[in-house]
Write a protein that binds this ligand. Structure first.
Ligand SMILES: Cc1cc2nc3c(=O)[nH]c(=O)nc-3n(C[C@H](O)[C@H](O)[C@H](O)COP(=O)(O)OP(=O)(O)OC[C@H]3O[C@@H](n4cnc5c(N)ncnc54)[C@H](O)[C@@H]3O)c2cc1C
Ligand code: FES
Length: 343
């Protein structure tokens, strides 16, 4: 289901990041869980663009629905939001989605958050949720940025530290380090394997810990490796990806191919250039297929392959829920020349 939301505030977080605050719809309130995302739909220069943004607000703490958007170099929607969207605008959104949420049924003593840059958005939402609603859980935020000025939610994090001095431990990692006497908690450099190990070694009961990771692939790999080497159960590790990571090796058997897409009973012939997903090729041809995350997570782009073979590339999580012949077009590439897809 889609909603129209009114922007009632726009906050500048850093030079290249803004938060949009939306008023809940009058009749049917949007329900969401901390860590989920909202999908925004725009029409820019006649073309439809759909992008997911994690809630930076927390349902039980914040009155408004908030998303926080960092500019991406040459990015269509992130720059449109930073430059063009104004208070009073109405934006179409989809129902909240996402499984990067806090598992309440497991008893954790410590919850660690590992984030870089805009990866903080779902983390701050879950952090606010835990601090305000679950007692006796210690929260550890390990947050990497270039420096103080590029740190999104710097003030909000300081306020949370003052409100929960015994339960929130924050380590800021700055790659562009300027020594400041009043900032003794800043660590120079990136969150890498060795630093993650050092942090984990301070905890003697890691079996009672959960870990939420959101940031670039380098962060995810080094933290996951450190957690594995400390014996942390994979079940207690949660990750969110903002981008699909494609390994060039996986494209060895892919060639540019023509495919046919049957969308709502209309047939479209499509050239899928090697490297592009079937969804990207369709969108480039102005075929408005449904989608949201473009990372193989939400299933909005699910379709059935009736003939030929396709290969999914870049999926970061197993998708055992897909039945035979079902594929996610955002990460699907044709392997043969007779691919016929229906959705
Ligand atoms: C589940 C989920 C939650 C997300 N939450 C947030 C959020 O809270 N805040 C936020 O700012 N973004 C978030 N994103 C990313 C967001 O959806 C867009 O991908 C991002 O804003 C870029 O869109 P664009 O239209 O500006 O760039 P596009 O025009 O789509 O892309 C331009 C170029 O930038 C590259 N690119 C795309 N995304 C990124 C990225 N994240 N980092 C670096 N390069 C990129 C592309 O490969 C492309 O080459 C999230 C993504 C997902 C899947
Ligand atoms: S768009 Fe989300 S799985 Fe493809």
């Amino acid at each position: 289901m889609n909603y129209s939301l009114k922007v009632i505030d726009k906050r500048q977080e850093t030079n290249d990041t803004v938060t949009l605050c939306f008023k809940q719809p009058g009749l049917k309130k949007i329900k969401y869980l901390a860590g989920q995302y909202l999908t925004l739909i725009f029409r820019i220069n006649g073309r439809r663009y759909i992008r997911p943004y994690s809630f930076s607000s927390c349902p039980i703490v914040d009155e408004y629905l908030e998303v926080t958007v960092k500019r991406v170099l040459n990015g269509i929607v992130s720059n449109h939001i930073n430059d063009e969207v104004k208070v009073g605008d109405t934006i179409e959104v989809m129902s909240p989605m996402g499984d990067f949420i806090f598992e309440e049924d497991v008893t954790y003593r410590d919850v660690y958050f590992w984030g870089v840059g805009s990866g903080i958005t779902p983390l701050i939402s879950i952090i606010k949720y835990i601090l305000s609603s679950i007692e006796n859980v210690k929260v550890h935020l390990n947050y990497g940025n270039r420096n103080h000025d590029t740190t999104i939610f710097r003030n909000q994090i300081e306020e949370l530290k003052s409100k929960y001095p015994d339960r929130l431990i924050v380590r800021h990692f700055h790659t562009k380090f300027i020594i400041e006497e009043n900032n003794p908690h800043i660590i120079q450099g990136r969150i890498d394997f060795e630093r993650a190990i050092q942090i984990l070694e301070e905890n003697e009961s890691l079996s009672l810990s959960a870990h939420y990771i959101c940031g670039p692939p380098g962060l995810k790999e080094s933290v996951k490796d450190a957690l594995a080497s400390k014996g942390v159960d994979i079940e207690n590790i949660y990750t969110e990806d903002f981008e699909l990571v494609k390994n060039p090796e996986d494209f060895k058997d892919i060639k540019t191919q023509n495919v046919v897409v049957d969308f709502n009973g209309t047939h479209f012939g499509l050239e899928v250039v090697k490297g592009k997903s079937i969804l990207e090729a369709a969108l480039d041809s102005d075929i408005e297929l449904p989608y949201s995350c473009q990372t193989g997570n939400c299933s909005t782009c699910k379709a059935r392959v009736l003939t030929g073979e396709v290969k999914m590339i870049g999926l970061s999580k197993e998708r055992s829920d897909l039945s035979d012949g079902e594929f996610l077009l955002c990460c699907s590439h044709p392997l043969t020349e007779n691919v016929y897809i229906e959705l």
